[in-house]
Ligand binder design. Structure first.
Ligand code: RAM
Length: 361
């Protein structure tokens, strides 16, 4: 069944946004453009793309998520594995059970030995995986980062679930609406190294500088490491340490579900607002019991699907990862590669009591 996301609540981007976006992109490392392509910068790469090249049959793809026991990553990867079947390839998921910075390195080395055509990685750390990924690229294994980027020099493309800027700014806006733009707030993140969470948090901090949020004060960024128990305990700790806390943003599906569980069984229910990024299936009961008013996400199945098609397009020579190249992503239609080798899935959807029953993932 295809889930159609309803029109998102688009949030106005500020004029200062572009400057921050540029500076955030710049700190990632190598910048790609259509003139240089990406293949020429990578050992073993081929700089010319043939948009009409047919997708190769029998491609071997491997998904390497942040951690295998994260329900969100499972949805993404299973959708990618199903997509590979659609184009006559095969895919599998392998990965660590914790999201620490170097936990993916040994998996990359094994995948290189197994001679996969492409490795798709949700990076736990933008640099820790770089050496082995470059090694893979030198053997003509294509690298697709998805969900959480690597340093751009260490992958061919990054499939981003939505604009990082829109995610970060919209999280602040969502919480502000729930607390009347006033009071102490905290962020409950995943791991301290996670590229995606850290990028979103930078945009949150920038958004908070706007005059309309002058009465909101970010008092702490806590890390639950995408571990359910640790995220639960960190929520408890935040609420004890900051008795005036009015709201928490948790931009991780693991974090927001654990925080909601803690708050729903505590005296803070209905008093401390919680928003962030969560799956409707994990959050439904907390929306229904009034713990959570609204949160957001994109369709994780589409993220895995798009990543698989991008890997196939790279491995078939349709694209090299250069800005402006286009490829066909099955039911998602034609997609193009933007600045810095980034392909954006689409805007996030806000879920609340009115629409949550329409979504099942
Ligand atoms: C968690 C992970 C993942 C992130 C989602 C929103 O599952 O941290 O990287 O994209 O949340």
């Amino acid at each position: 069944m295809t889930i159609r996301l309803r029109a998102p609540r688009r949030l106005a981007a500020a004029a200062t946004a572009g400057a921050l976006a540029l500076s955030l992109a710049a700190c990632g490392g190598t910048t790609k453009d259509s003139a240089s392509g990406s293949g020429d910068a990578k050992a073993g790469g081929n700089a010319s793309a043939d948009p009409n090249a047919p997708l190769k049959k029998g491609l071997k793809l491997a998904f390497l998520p942040k951690q295998v026991n994260n329900p969100y990553e499972t949805i993404v990867d299973n959708a990618g594995i199903a997509a590979a079947k659609e184009f006559g390839g095969q895919a599998k998921e392998v990965g660590p059970s914790d999201a620490s910075a170097s936990s993916q390195v040994s998996y990359i080395n094994t995948l290189i030995q197994q001679r996969h055509d492409a490795i798709l990685i949700a990076a736990n750390d933008e640099n820790a995986v770089c050496g082995p990924l470059k090694q893979a690229m030198s053997k003509n294994i294509k690298i697709v980062a998805y969900d959480s980027d690597t340093n751009p020099a260490c992958r061919d493309v990054f499939i981003n679930q939505a604009s990082s800027e829109e995610i970060g700014r919209s999280e602040v806006k969502l919480l502000a609406d729930q607390i009347g733009s006033e009071g102490e707030i905290a962020i409950l993140s995943a791991t301290a190294n996670a590229t995606n969470q850290n990028t979103w948090i930078k945009f949150m901090q920038d958004e908070l500088k706007k005059p309309e949020y002058s009465k909101m004060k970010l008092v702490k960024v806590a890390y639950g490491d995408d571990d359910d128990q640790k995220s639960f305990q960190q929520t408890q700790g935040l609420l004890q340490a900051y008795p005036n806390l009015k709201g928490i943003i948790s931009p991780t599906t693991v974090g927001i579900a654990a925080a909601a569980r803690y708050i729903s069984g505590s005296k803070y229910k209905g008093k401390v607002a919680l928003t962030g990024l969560g799956t409707p299936d994990q959050m439904r009961k907390f929306v229904k019991d009034g713990t959570v008013k609204g949160f957001e996400l994109w369709d994780p199945k589409n993220l895995g699907y798009l990543a698989a098609y991008a890997a196939a397009a790279l491995s078939s020579g349709q694209i090299t990862g250069a800005q402006g190249e286009k490829f066909k992503a099955g039911k998602l239609g034609e997609r193009s590669i933007g600045a810095n080798g980034e392909v954006i899935l689409g805007p996030p959807t806000v879920f609340d009591a009115k629409n949550i029953d329409q979504y099942h993932f």
